[in-house]
Design a binder for this molecule. Structure first.
Ligand SMILES: [Zn+2]
Length: 423
């Protein structure tokens, strides 16, 4: 038995998907056309309710788990078999874009509806997931839901993480449960046949080669650090030069050295995106500087080299201050399985959508699922490569192309699951 693919593809409705993306963008909408929809915020909880209602109106079931992941399920002929999983996230950066994450979730839901409209019952269930806290903008580090789902992070430790206001993930998850008493819970670490995440590229490559679909080959390695520089507070005008322990000046020396080290490695991305001072007053010597470093490069050896350069920068820049480096996230460069990449490329050909291989410079939940089940990703272009900004935008034609390739990929996976567990 093969998938009724022509009927499914004909039922993928670009207008419906575009309207749904616009509707989702109203939750946490910002005046600049983007969204502020932080993980487990009132805005995200309202967006989840919108998704649950949409799904139930079409007879799809909604579930969650102890990590706050939301699943929408199209039942298959064999409910006992592991499902085919797709989806992404609906949390955003502060004043972030309306397509990052949202595209993958809404495209997944569109595919389930296309299956329903085509009268196609898949052999195994297909589920759309919205992972909890992908972005790390409220609770850090991010990708909490996918890490908890695959057992990479245990729940009690995850629940103890607090946001800037002192609210813990545990408290926020309890509030989520209180808002969703009608959504049944299922266990973490469930078997899954495979995971396919559709996402905007968040870079300029697909747009430059005028190709609507990217078959993602792998994800770039990342390191994240938190640096704490400790000095001593004092009067800006009275503490003599030799006695000053200015944490900001030490931080500035260290950051300048990191910048210089990064410039010596071809393709190295080094970012200090967050800096906080204590006290942060114009006439007080800062007693403490606290900043982030984010290092990315396709080759792990280059990341290791940069890691050593950061240590050396701290040693050389500290002066009379103390510098502590905490490594808060470490993800090696990964390659998605060849079989999943081939499946997506064949689905694109079958759907008549031009596609090209592309490497992901940004991190995604698919990184963590890749350790759990065969995993792949589908990219679509975004305008000028802009993401994590209110001006993030996608062409409706590309949105439809991506959804069609996702539909063909999920049909392929449901009728012929990786691992050969087809009925
Ligand atoms: Zn994303």
């Amino acid at each position: 038995v093969t998938a009724p693919l022509d009927a499914i593809l004909a039922a993928v409705d670009g207008d419906r998907l575009w309207r749904r993306l616009e509707a989702l963008a109203r939750f946490g909408a910002t005046p600049g056309g983007g969204v502020t929809r932080l993980a487990l915020s009132a805005e995200e909880i309202a967006a989840r309710r919108f998704l649950i209602d949409l799904a139930r109106a079409r007879g799809l079931a909604a579930f969650s788990d102890a990590a706050g992941n939301l699943f929408l399920r199209l039942e298959g002929a064999r409910p006992d078999r592991p499902c085919v999983l797709t989806g992404s996230h609906v949390d955003s950066q502060p004043r972030g874009g309306r397509f990052d994450g949202a595209f993958g979730v809404m495209a997944g839901l569109e595919v389930l509806e296309a299956f329903l409209d085509a009268g196609a019952t898949p052999p195994v269930a297909i589920e759309v997931v919205a992972w909890m806290n992908e972005e790390a903008s409220r609770f850090a580090p991010g990708m909490m839901g996918s890490k908890a789902f695959v057992g990479e992070w245990d729940l009690p430790a995850m629940r103890s993480v607090a946001d800037g206001a002192g609210v813990t993930v545990g408290e926020a998850l309890d509030a989520l449960d209180a808002a969703e008493p009608d959504v049944p819970k299922r266990p973490l670490r469930r078997p899954v046949a495979c995971f396919v995440e559709a996402h905007i590229e968040q870079g300029p490559l697909l747009e430059r080669c005028a190709t609507p679909v990217g078959v993602v080959t792998g994800i770039q390695g990342t390191r994240r650090y938190r640096v704490t520089v400790s000095g001593a507070a004092g009067h800006a005008g009275t503490v003599p030069p030799g006695d000053r322990r200015d944490a900001m000046m030490a931080a500035a020396r260290m950051i300048a050295r990191i910048d210089a080290a990064a410039a010596r490695v071809d393709g190295m991305m080094a970012t200090c995106g967050m800096l906080r001072l204590e006290l942060g007053a114009p006439s007080v010597i800062p007693a403490e500087a606290f900043f982030s470093i984010d290092i990315r490069h396709p080759q792990d050896a280059a990341v290791e080299e940069m890691d050593r350069a950061i240590e050396q920068a701290a040693a050389a820049a500290a002066g009379p201050c103390e510098i502590r480096i905490d490594r808060i996230a470490r993800a090696p460069t990964l390659e998605f399985p060849e079989a999943m990449r081939r499946r997506i490329a064949e689905a694109a050909a079958r759907a008549g959508e031009p596609a090209t291989d592309i490497f992901s410079a940004a991190g995604h939940d698919a990184r963590h699922l890749n350790a759990w089940c065969p995993t792949g990703m589908i990219f679509i272009p975004c305008r000028d490569g802009i993401s994590h900004a209110e001006t993030e935008w996608c062409d409706p034609a590309d949105v439809l192309s991506g959804a069609r390739v996702l539909a063909a990929t999920l049909a392929s996976a449901a009728w012929d699951p990786p691992g050969g567990s087809a009925p």
